[in-house]
Design a protein around this ligand. Structure first.
Ligand SMILES: *Cc1c(COP(=O)(O)O)cnc(C)c1O
Length: 242
């Protein structure tokens, strides 16, 4: 892979430059939305990139990183287990129920919980591993449900939240959404924001909104995102697009 063949200092300089551009975008979007710049947490999506990149990010002050596949993530988490300060690992991909126990051993935050059976399996895994895992409910922002991206329908969020918040080993912290493409991200993130308001009436401290990627972080911040998940704009093109 081209990424691996580059020297570390060269790659580090490249990542540092794109990271500061993204941080500047976030700052500008916050000020345009009249929000303090520290009200948005940057989560860098490291899927398909090597542990050496994660290590560079960590040295550049990125504490939150995200993966979308259990197996790939497990390898990186093991390789970086000595990192200080410790990284906060987010799982943002679909989780098959038979992988939930494994995900529960490494993920600090699971952003893609969209059904009770998955929450139950993560809960069992967290209890077995003696860990406490934060999670978000992934909300479908697609007008039709045919996207395959997963996500609970907005109308089902309060009931799922009520059931899932009672599970041991887990802490419900908010919601996550992916804007449909093509489509207007302002419409999608406006919907997500209203779902977040409903959720807070059921679980007051579930106040996180994970929304926004490389192409639409400004719209997400306009609509209250507390976390943005950025891959390509920081690490470059992924070898495998998904
Ligand atoms: C890959 C991915 C991202 C990052 O997307 P970019 O366009 O590379 O910033 C964000 N969220 C999810 C759920 C992803 O799978």
């Amino acid at each position: 892979m081209a990424v691996d063949s580059r020297s570390d200092p060269e790659r580090a300089a490249e990542i540092a430059a794109s990271l500061s551009e993204v941080r500047a975008r976030i700052d500008r979007a916050c000020s345009a939305a009249d929000r303090p710049p520290d009200s948005v947490t940057l989560v860098v999506v490291t899927k398909t990139f090597p542990s050496s990149d994660v290590s560079i990010l960590q040295r550049l002050g990125c504490a939150d990183v995200a993966e979308n596949k259990d197996q790939e993530a497990r390898v990186k988490v093991a390789e970086l287990s000595d990192a200080t300060p410790a990284l906060c690992w987010h799982m943002i991909g679909q989780v098959q129920r038979n992988k939930a126990r494994s995900v529960a051993t490494w993920a600090d935050v699971v952003e893609s919980v969209d059904r009770l059976s998955l929450a139950e399996a993560l809960s069992a895994g967290a209890v077995a591993a003696n860990r406490r895992i934060e999670f978000l409910l992934q909300v479908s922002l697609d007008p039709d449900d045919a996207s395959g991206r997963g996500g609970v329908r907005p109308i089902e969020v309060p009931e799922l939240a009520t059931r899932a918040m009672a599970l041991p080993g887990l802490a419900l912290r908010g919601i996550m959404g992916i804007a449909p493409y093509p489509g207007d991200p302002d419409v999608a993130f406006g919907l997500l924001e209203s779902v977040a308001q409903q959720l807070r009436t059921v679980v007051p401290d579930a106040d996180r909104i994970s929304a926004g990627m490389s192409g639409d972080l400004e719209a997400a911040i306009r609509h209250g995102a507390t976390h943005v998940r950025i891959g390509g704009a920081i690490l470059g093109k992924r070898a495998i697009v998904r």
